[in-house]
Design a protein around this ligand. Sequence first.
Ligand SMILES: [Zn+2]
Length: 218
Amino acid sequence: MAAEPLRSCVACRISRPKGELVRVHPGAGGRLSVDLGGGSGRGAYVCPRYVCLEQAVKRGEFARCLKTTVAPMTVETLEGLIRERVSRKVTALLGLARRARKVVSGAEAVDGAVKRHTARLILSAADASANSVAKSRSLAAQVGVAWMQAMGKEELGAALGGGPRACIAVMDTHFAGALISALDKIPVVVEAKEAARSDRRVKGDAEPRKGGGDPPWE
Ligand SMILES: [Zn+2]
């Protein structure tokens, strides 16, 4: 990915590789539609950060950049569209990973994958218990494996064809990379990514959503 083209965010104007940004483009009936960086054609790019989404919506940057009139959209709607896209992408990737036998779930299997040094990404569900999250996070940090927290237990379970899963491990570099890239587009995701060894929140400006306050491990 040496020469990935750069695009600048319509809100903060910072240039980033296209794949790190969300692309917003005109969809059916003048409504805005989003994709996760893979699309082509006319599009406006925005960082997957609340502050940028908000600024872009408030200042009408999408209409300006796309040089067209677009139906008004709230930040919440935009966030919902992005989350839906991410969810679909992650579900598809996990389905493929499952068929390729490159994903395991459950504390014991995840632990085993880490100990065998085959885990490339550990993903904790957003609604996993604080205890489960803390365990998987510290496990990942011990061996320097990417760790993220996103998606619901039910969603992860459905993607893997079964009941709810609190924690999964992905044992393939490409699947892990594609999942991280997709999950990175969730504006409020709490993650550790390659900084699994560090305790800082990569997206420090993410707003706590449910119930407010910091996540229990902070
Ligand atoms: Zn930005």
